[in-house]
Design a protein around this ligand. Structure first.
Ligand SMILES: *Cc1c(COP(=O)(O)O)cnc(C)c1O
Length: 233
């Protein structure tokens, strides 16, 4: 875990992000409340989440289930917090995820969905999920191929414990964010084709372009909490 960020500093950074979101929403002619900010807090201390919560932030994204469990325990008093699971998921983590997550962004295969559905049903919940699509076909990333999406959505429709609300993608990491605009547009078209409402796309360096292309959820880490020091993250 990296150092704790000062609470007023965090509040100021959140304010900047909200202003940039508002600018992109306006450029796109969209409704002001049509985009939700998910603050990605992986590798950051629980104290940073507490400070962001005090500044009004409610949606937080975590990648690792063990870290999520530690943070939910440390932050149990923050009753309005909503946890978004945004990392690659193993089936053996489904039980904890089905209990805790407000939204799982990274469902990309039927076996994982089936296990989440089973665990959610056992917990008396209907779990909202997004299907992750590997739009750019990058070998290093999760997500189903665009061509597999229709079949996967058909399977999900038969699982009572979960509800597919939309799609998610991680765009290629390139210097010029304009270069990934077609990736975001492709995800929007896939969602429209399947009448899905939520679009989780856009990170610190490209969230404004994602909003212009229809994002309803943006996942922003570094621009709020600062650089992560953990290797590979
Ligand atoms: C880490 C992460 C983010 C946040 O990335 P930043 O560049 O720090 O904003 C968003 N989405 C996913 C899936 C991530 O793993």
């Amino acid at each position: 875990m990296t150092r704790v960020t000062d609470a007023s500093e965090l509040g100021a950074r959140l304010g900047v992000i909200h202003a940039r979101i508002a600018g992109a929403v306006e450029r796109a002619g969209r409704a002001p409340d049509s985009v939700r900010l998910v603050a990605v807090s992986k590798n950051k201390p629980a104290a940073d989440i507490r400070a962001a919560y005090a500044a009004g932030q409610r949606d937080f994204g975590e990648n690792y289930v063990q870290e999520l469990l530690e943070k939910t325990a440390a932050l149990a008093d923050l009753v309005e917090i909503r946890w978004h699971v945004i990392g690659r998921l193993q089936r053996n983590k489904a039980r904890d995820v089905a209990r805790i997550a407000a939204l799982v962004h990274t469902v990309d295969r039927a076996e994982l969905a089936r296990e989440l559905a089973r665990r959610a049903t056992a917990a008396g919940r209907r779990l909202e999920i997004l299907v992750e699509v590997n739009v750019a076909g990058e070998a290093t990333k999760g997500g189903c191929a665009p061509g597999e999406l229709a079949g996967l959505l058909d399977e999900l429709a038969g699982m009572p414990g979960i509800e597919a609300r939309g799609l998610m993608t991680i765009a290629p990491d390139v210097d010029d964010p304009e270069a990934v605009r077609p990736v975001f547009a492709a995800l929007r078209e896939l969602a429209a084709k399947h009448r899905l409402r939520e679009l989780s796309m856009g990170m610190s360096h490209d969230f404004e372009i994602a909003i212009e292309e229809g994002a309803t959820l943006v996942r922003v880490g570094t621009a709020i909490f600062g650089a992560r020091s953990a290797p590979g993250q």
